[in-house]
Design a protein around this ligand. Sequence first.
Ligand SMILES: *Cc1c(COP(=O)(O)O)cnc(C)c1O
Length: 389
Amino acid sequence: MYVPLLDLKAQYQKIKEEIKKAIDEVLESQRFILGPKVEELEKNIAKYSDTKYAIGVSSGTDALLVSLMAFEIKPGDEIITTPFTFFSTAGVIARLNAVPVFIDIDPVTYNIDSNKLRDLIEFKAKNSKFRIKCIIPVHLFGQCADMAPILEIARKYNIYVLEDAAQSIGAEYPFSSTVKKAGSMGDTGIFSFFPSKNLGGFGDGGMVVTNDENLYQKIKMLRVHGAEPKYYHKMIGGNFRLDALQAAVLNVKLKYLNEWSKKRRENAEYYNKRFEEEGLIGKGYIKVPVPVFKNKCNNYHIFNQYTIRAKERDKLREFLKENSIGTEIYYPIPLHLQKCFQYLGYKKGDFPVSEEASKSVLSLPIYPELSNEQKEYVIEKIKEFYKRK
Ligand SMILES: *Cc1c(COP(=O)(O)O)cnc(C)c1O
């Protein structure tokens, strides 16, 4: 049996006709840059994520970058984030000559440790040269970071919050009296439409969402080289536009997103239950992802990735590969140990939780169209691997 990490062909087969029709409309209109399809998607995404405004942009990375540009981040400003994320979260900080300041993660959620975050900010606030301008919490693998304490400390010190929800569109976070959507809690939130995300386009694309009208106007302007009106440049922006063709595809796919996320969640529950039954968890061979903010809302973890901790991870991965099961390591090297960030002066041992995670995590197939036979095959092969020991 063949179980790929992700099977986009299976998804496409079900919505082919609708997609082709939507693409054809764009082809007939010959309007490829921004335009009505992009505006429609912006409205849909704003509604979906419970925000007032949405701005379609060229990628998740550019959504991060343009947010920081709208915050008017200056060289030397410090921006706090996690070292256990996709590169671009910190890459955009460095590209503006600002300084990425890393904080270790929580070992269960893999998201930034809010206690350590608070401690660092309180410590730095005693210094007269307080330069922290922004926090970028990442909602990794489909689960929100612990936003309540993050927002509290950010408000206290007047720090921007940029939610990196590239992997978490539709995820929810429970406050004491209300539940909020990923992307709607910070000053801005960003989504990526990279094909492997839960809402994936047919190429690159991204979105910024915000409730702040001023930021909305600025980001819209920055998206077109900072011009308003055309050829009158108030700020130095870039070409951060989203293609109409991508928007057309995404408008169709968005209708199915909740259903797909629900199936991912069901797959995750299935794995959790079966791994437990097979004694793989009790014996300490693997640890499964456990939702942390339990039952306060239906939809909080949307499982862009189902990431286990595995004993002898690399050998297990090799064994699964030999048996035609696709897996991936998100992420093998935490950002503070990447060559390009050597100049920041971090060293091995600075963030032990992230470093340990990078050695033991393994993401398994979790996509919505996965059959029970395929899941059973994955479980069977993992069992077989540890039994041989
Ligand atoms: C995918 C991803 C991005 C970047 O999105 P692109 O659309 O690929 O530029 C940023 N942050 C995280 C956490 C991601 O997973």
